[in-house]
Design a protein around this ligand. Structure first.
Ligand SMILES: [Fe+2]
Length: 224
């Protein structure tokens, strides 16, 4: 796998713009590290879709809710609520489940257990309810998801699927969501800054590691 991934430095006083650039850099690096679809076997494609599904279906709304509980600014609250409203109203977990089933990639117990350790770290991290860290993490998440949709759709198509509502919707709506989350982050930082000793990108790095596990599974372990 790519070993030149961004390693963001800790900073309490980092400007909003530089945070945006850093997060974008982390997403760029992760996207650049994606394996060539043609190099994957059918089972590898299935596993990737299944691990993505097992992480996202049951946790995206949970983690967005954790961020909502943590924030104090009205702008951040509004942004997260709007996002959650859309998730629930349009039944995004159902969309994702249909996507996985149609690609013959509904997660097995092994798929769920493959991501279990890194998933647990994310759950415990978001349980700390640290607003600025959580918003940075979710901005990374939304930004990555949006960029990842074309790749994911390609894998599903290679598995014989034509069910693309999930990837179609998220390749578009998450552009606005990502921008909204950066605006929310700016508002939150103004009234509820990072506490002494906290690392801004702690959650984003944990999430990047989880996404690497989703993408590479055992190959990540070999490279570690
Ligand atoms: Fe969604």
């Amino acid at each position: 796998m790519n070993t030149t991934l961004h390693m963001p430095q800790q900073s309490r006083n980092e400007s909003h713009l530089s945070i945006q650039q850093e997060v974008k850099g982390m997403i760029d690096d992760l996207m650049a590290s994606l394996p060539e679809p043609n190099s994957l076997t059918s089972e590898e494609r299935r596993g990737l879709i299944a691990r993505y599904s097992t992480v996202l279906e049951g946790n995206f709304i949970y983690w967005m809710t954790a961020s909502l509980i943590a924030v104090k600014s009205d702008e951040a609250r509004e942004e997260l609520l709007e996002n959650l409203h859309e998730e629930v109203r349009d039944a995004h977990p159902d969309m994702l489940r249909r996507f996985a089933i149609a690609a013959h990639a509904f997660p097995t117990d092994k798929d769920a257990l493959d991501v279990n350790d890194d998933l647990t770290k994310m759950r415990l991290f978001l349980g700390k309810l640290s607003a600025v860290q959580s918003l940075t993490t979710m901005a990374f998440f939304e930004g990555f998801i949006q960029r990842f949709m074309g790749y994911l759709a390609g894998l599903a198509a290679a598995q014989g699927s034509t069910e693309m509502e999930y990837t179609d919707v998220h390749g578009v709506c998450d552009i606005e969501h990502t921008e909204g989350l950066f605006r929310a982050l700016k508002s939150e930082m103004a009234i509820n800054p990072l506490a002494e000793g906290q690392e801004l990108y702690e959650g984003a790095r944990l999430l990047r590691k989880l996404m690497e596990k989703v993408i590479f599974n055992d190959k990540v372990l070999q490279a570690a």
